[in-house]
Each structure stands twice: as structure tokens, then as C-alpha cells.
Write a new protein. Structure first.
Length: 302
């Protein structure tokens, strides 16, 4: 599969990385891949924020990609894979691009440099250097509340001119900025929201889709919302959104992806809710709330 630009739309899942006993839980990972390949998603993001990529060793990350690709081949459904990368050292990130150049992926999701707070000129030079160097296309990840720097629209539009920068995961936390970007972007520059709670809002504003952690739980509903919006059925999309709006708040009530992992564990999709420090598992209070919500949804479905 080639051409990330043509595939970067619709509902993408930022897949959680299952652990057990401190190790990558390959059995649960294969189960997750099989399950979501049968759902209405359009691609996977691996090893990014939701996948606890900052805690993964290089060998674990490579194994993660290999297992997901292997399970897709066994299930005869091939979805595009984006590998999450991040860092504050441009030179080291270029090395990571070299190290992953022959991996079976379609592209990268690369966040802004964290902690160092570069200027807009610095961001422009950083991402252009990476895009010049990368063997695979790059989607930018603008998330200023984690990285302490915002990629402005002026910088974004300059970056969108680069032939190897194909889109954006938008967590800019400013609807005004997002709407202006959607208005001014080049025709072939894709914008997907990464804010679960703003999924319908972003689609209404013209986003090409979403990278949605909450779709681990109600995959079909999130896919249906997108489908209704594509057909111009805004009222139907709004009705389906009411089914999951509260869920998007619940799954971020404590640092993500711990709540989602607890839900997946209670639902039998992974064998442990384990996360890696400095993340910790959900509190007993949130666990009880999630248990009640799982039970409620099971009763509604019955």
C-alpha cells in the first residue's frame, strides 16, 4: 500500500499498546488488531501518545509494527499504518527516520519538539529537515498543550507546500485557528482532528476525519457519525454523537490511555490494563464509574 496522502482521511485509530508483566503483550496486540480490522476504521496510528510510544524501546516499536502488519495480512485486510515519532532533537529524529525507513508503514505522525519551545522559524526548519530526509510521508501533529508550542497557520501553510508533508493531526485547541486552516489549506493537505470531544464539531467545520482514541470503544458509532456527515445528514450525525459525547469525557477523565486500557481489559480485548510509568492505572473511583458505564451500555445493547 502506498500514498499516505490519499489514505489520510476518515476514522483512524491511535492504537493502544498492551503490556503485561512489563513486556509487550503480543497476544493481546494480535487480538486488538483482528478486532479493529473488522470494524469501520480507515487506518492505524502506532506508537504515538495513545500507544505510549515515549516508553517503547526501539525493538518493541519495530515488533509492534511487524505484529500489526502480520495480523492484517492474515486477515486479508490491509490498512495504512502511521508510526508516531517525537523528540526535541532534529538530528536524532533524522536518525530514527533512517532506522525505520524499511519498516512496513505508510508514513509518520510527528509531533512538535517538546520542552525547548522553538520559534516558528525553528519549527519550519525542523519539519522541513525531517520531510527532506524521510523515506515516507509525514503528517504533522500540532498539540501545543503537550509540546508548549503552537504551529501557527502561517507556518502550517508553508509546511503544507512541502511534497512530503501530507496532513495534520489537529489538537491545536483553537476552533478559530482550525477553521482558518481548513479554509486556507492547499486542496490536497489533509486535516484530521485529534480531539475526541470535538469530533463532530471538526467534521462540521470541514475536517477530513479524526484520529480518535474513544473509537476503541464505540468504533461503529464513530464510523457512523462520519458516514452521516459525508451524506449530508447532520441531524442523524448529531443523534449518533449524543451516544458517545459523554464517553469522550469519561475516557479522558484521567491521563490517557489508562481509562481506555481499563475499559478494553474489562471488555476482554486485552489481558491487562497495565500502563508504563510515569503513567499509572486508573483510580478505584474511575474504575467503578467505567464499570457502571460498561454495564449500562450492555443493557442498552441487549
Amino acid at each position: 500500500m502506498t500514498g499516505l496522502r490519499e489514505h489520510l482521511h476518515g476514522l483512524w485509530l491511535p492504537l493502544v499498546t498492551p503490556f503485561q508483566g512489563g513486556r509487550l503483550d503480543e497476544t493481546s496486540l494480535r487480538r486488538l488488531t483482528r478486532h479493529y480490522c473488522a470494524q469501520g476504521i480507515d487506518g492505524f496510528i502506532l506508537g504515538a501518545t495513545s500507544g505510549e510510544g515515549m516508553t517503547l524501546r526501539d525493538a518493541e516499536l519495530e515488533r509492534l509494527v511487524a505484529i500489526v502488519r502480520d495480523e492484517m495480512a492474515a486477515g486479508r485486510r490491509s490498512l495504512p499504518l502511521c508510526l508516531g515519532l517525537s523528540g526535541a532533537d532534529t538530528s536524532r529524529l533524522k536518525e530514527r527516520l533512517d532506522e525505520t525507513a524499511d519498516w512496513p508503514i505508510e508514513g509518520y505522525l510527528i509531533a512538535s519538539p517538546y520542552y525547548v519551545r522553538p520559534s516558528q522559524r525553528g519549527l519550519l526548519a525542523h519539519f522541513e529537515a525531517l520531510a527532506d530526509h524521510a523515506a515516507w510521508p509525514i503528517a504533522l501533529y500540532n498539540i501545543p498543550y503537550r509540546c508548549a508550542v503552537n504551529i501557527t497557520n502561517q507556518t502550517m501553510l508553508r509546511l503544507a507546500e512541502h511534497p512530503n508533508i501530507v496532513g495534520l493531526k489537529d489538537c491545536g485547541a483553537s476552533r478559530e485557528q482550525s477553521i482558518a486552516l481548513l479554509r486556507d489549506r492547499p486542496k490536497n493537505f489533509r486535516v484530521l482532528t485529534g480531539e475526541d470531544g470535538n469530533y463532530l464539531e471538526a467534521l462540521t467545520d470541514g475536517a477530513d476525519g479524526g484520529i480518535v482514541l474513544s473509537a476503541h470503544v464505540e468504533t461503529a458509532t464513530f464510523a457512523a457519525i462520519l458516514g452521516e456527515m459525508k451524506r449530508g445528514n447532520h441531524d442523524a450525525a448529531q443523534a449518533r454523537w449524543h451516544e458517545v459525547a459523554e464517553l469522550t469525557r469519561l475516557l479522558f477523565a484521567e491521563p490517557s490511555p489508562a481509562p481506555a486500557k481499563y475499559w478494553l481489559w474489562r471488555s476482554g480485548l486485552i489481558d491487562s490494563p497495565e500502563v508504563r510509568l510515569p503513567m499509572v492505572e486508573v483510580s478505584s473511583e474511575l474504575a467503578a464509574t467505567i464499570d457502571r458505564e460498561i454495564e449500562r451500555r450492555m443493557q442498552v445493547a441487549a
